[in-house]
Ligand binder design. Structure first.
Ligand code: NAD
Length: 331
C-alpha cells in the first residue's frame, strides 16, 4: 500500500525514502495539502503532511471521503489540525512530539545574533566593497537580560545558550522547568518579563489562549531597544501591530522565522509574482528586521529524527499500537 507524503522538500525526500525503506512504498509530492490538492490522496489510507498543511474540517472531509484513515504529521506543532473533526471522522492523527530542540534554539540564536550585529547588512555591504561600519553597531549580550516565553524543550535549549553568553534569565510559562531554574532563570509575570528583557524570545505553542500573546499592548510594554525573536508560530504576534511599532522606530532588531499568514507563501518560490501580502511586504523593508521562512527545524539531525519518527508512527498505526505521538483518537 502506497503512502502519500505532501509538502516534501527536495532535501527531505531521500530521508523520507530511507525512513520508509522497510515498510511501504512512499510517494513524495512537493505540493502542500490544501482543499485543491486533497483529492490527490483518494485511495490512500495513509498520508503524511508537513507543518504548513491545511488540515481544517473541509480538507479532512475530502481526505476521509477518499478513504484516508491516518494522517502522519511531520511536525511537533499541530495548530493546523482540526482535531475534533478528525476524531468525528474516525481518523488517526499522529505528530512528532520530540526532535532535536537544539535545531530551533540554535536558529533562534542565529537570528538574534544576526539582527543584533547587523550581519546581513554587513555582508551585503562587503559584496559591494563598502567597508564602512556606520550603522552596524550592535550590543554585547553578556550581562544583559534574556526573557524566554515558554520554557519547554526549545526554551530550555535557548536558555542554556543564553547562560553561556553570561545573560541574566527571566522566564514565563504555565509550568516552571527545574532545569531552567537551575540555570538561574527567574520566573516572573509576562508583563515584567517584557518590560525588563533586552532580548525576548517566543517558545510557547500556538493555541487559542496564546494567539496574539504579543498584541499591541504587549509590544508597547517592551523596551524600545529590545530584540524580539519568534521561531515558534507566527500567530503568537499581532504582526500588524508589530509593523506599527517598527514604523515608529522601535526595537533594536526583530528576527522572525514564522509569520501568521505564512501558509501559501513559506516554502514556495513567489519571487516572480506580485506580492499580495502588504504586511509581509512592509515587514521585510525595515532594516532591523530579518524574516526567514520557517527553517529553524531544518537541520539534517532534526529532519532525520522527524521522518524516522513519522515512519514509526505509521508502523504503530498499521500494527495497532498507540504511542504518545497520537493526537486522535484521544484514547
Ligand atoms: N520554527 C520551527 O521550525 C519550529 C520547529 C519546532 C517547534 N516550533 C514551535 O516551538 C514550540 C515549542 O516547542 P517545544 O518543543 O519547546 O514544546 P514544549 O511542549 O516542550 O514547550 C512548550 C512550553 O510552552 C508552555 N505553555 C503551553 N501553553 C502555555 C500557555 N498558555 N502559557 C504559557 N506557557 C505555555 C508549556 O508549559 C511548555 O513549557 C512548538 O509549539 C512549535 O510551535 C517551531
Amino acid at each position: 500500500m502506497e503512502i502519500l507524503a505532501f509538502g516534501v522538500q527536495a532535501d527531505e525526500k531521500p530521508l523520507i525514502e530511507r525512513a520508509f525503506r522497510d515498510q511501504e512504498d512512499v510517494r513524495c509530492l512537493d505540493v502542500f495539502l490544501n482543499e485543491d490538492t486533497a483529492p490527490i490522496a483518494a485511495g490512500h489510507e495513509i498520508v503524511s503532511t508537513s507543518v504548513n498543511a491545511d488540515l481544517g474540517a473541509a480538507v479532512l472531509e475530502i481526505l476521509a471521503a477518499g478513504g484516508t484513515r491516518m494522517v502522519a504529521q511531520r511536525s511537533t506543532g499541530f495548530n493546523n489540525v482540526d482535531l475534533a473533526t478528525a476524531e468525528r471522522l474516525g481518523m488517526t492523527v499522529a505528530r512528532v512530539s520530540y526532535y532535536s530542540p537544539h535545531s530551533v534554539a540554535e536558529f533562534a540564536w542565529a537570528l538574534a545574533m544576526a539582527v543584533n550585529r547587523r550581519i546581513v547588512r554587513a555582508s551585503n555591504r562587503t559584496r559591494d566593497f563598502d567597508f564602512r561600519l556606520d550603522g552596524l553597531m550592535g550590543r554585547d549580550l553578556h550581562g544583559r537580560t534574556a526573557g524566554v516565553l515558554g520554557t519547554g524543550k526549545i526554551g530550555e535549549a535557548f536558555a542554556r545558550i543564553a547562560h553561556g553568553f553570561g545573560m541574566r534569565l527571566l522566564g514565563w510559562d504555565v509550568a516552571e522547568n527545574p532545569a531552567c531554574a537551575e540555570l538561574g532563570m527567574r520566573y516572573v509575570p509576562k508583563d515584567e518579563l517584557l518590560a525588563r528583557s533586552d532580548l525576548v524570545t517566543l517558545h510557547v505553542p500556538l493555541m487559542p489562549e496564546t494567539r496574539h500573546l504579543l498584541d499591541a499592548a504587549a509590544l508597547k510594554s517592551m523596551r524600545d531597544d529590545a530584540i524580539l525573536i519568534n521561531s515558534s508560530r507566527g500567530g503568537l504576534i499581532d504582526t500588524a501591530a508589530l509593523v506599527g511599532e517598527l514604523r515608529s522606530g522601535r526595537f533594536a532588531g526583530v528576527g522572525l522565522d514564522v509569520y501568521e499568514a505564512e501558509a501559501g507563501l513559506f516554502f514556495l518560490d513567489k519571487s516572480l509574482e506580485a506580492v499580495e501580502d502588504d504586511t509581509l511586504a512592509r515587514l521585510v523593508t525595515f532594516p532591523n528586521v530579518l524574516v526567514t521562512s520557517h527553517q529553524a527545524y531544518y537541520t539534517e539531525d532534526a529532519v532525520g529524527q522527524i521522518v524516522e519518527t513519522t515512519a514509526r508512527n505509521v508502523l504503530d498505526y498499521r500494527q495497532g499500537r498507540r504511542s504518545d505521538n497520537v493526537l486522535v483518537p484521544r484514547s
